[in-house]
Design a protein around this ligand. Structure first.
Ligand SMILES: [Zn+2]
Ligand SMILES: [Zn+2]
Length: 142
């Protein structure tokens, strides 16, 4: 039995859950990439009837009988649910009140994985938000 809470960016939508976590998976599929504007998406599988939501939620039907919920105020993606898994809802793990609680145990649709993800350990990393852009040779400047 796990107790979890979460919210969207603006706080207009919250969720709370006590029960079994059915999945901890990272999805690499092209639909999730497009829907979240992000190369990977981490989901928590929860029992659909046992998640308590507050606030208004809009849905986009990304394929027939597959719905992606989002906050109408701030646009935060909240969940994926599909008739393929009628008793489950896949909540975006990044909405957890404490995202540090999340531990994925599977990756799916790996064939769509962004090629550059494997390069991340080789790319310079910075504590701050942004480095100065690398200076370009004068010949390349307009
Ligand atoms: Zn919101
Ligand atoms: Zn996906």
């Amino acid at each position: 039995m796990t107790s979890l809470t979460g919210r969207c960016m603006c706080g207009a939508v919250t969720w709370a859950y006590s029960g079994e976590v059915t999945r901890n998976l990272v999805c690499h599929c092209a639909d999730c990439q497009r829907a979240t504007s992000s190369p990977i998406t981490a989901f928590l599988g929860l029992r659909r009837d046992e998640v308590n939501w507050t606030g208004d939620i809009n849905h986009y039907e990304s394929t027939p009988n597959t719905f992606r919920g989002f906050c109408p105020s701030c646009g935060t993606r909240l969940y994926f649910r599909s008739d393929r898994w009628p008793s489950e809802i896949h909540v975006h793990a990044a909405t957890l009140a404490d995202p540090g609680q999340y531990r994925p145990d599977a990756q799916v649709l790996i064939r769509s994985k962004a090629k550059w993800l494997d390069q991340l350990p080789l790319i310079p990393a910075h504590d701050g938000f942004q480095q100065e852009p690398s200076p370009r040779p004068p010949a390349e400047r307009p």
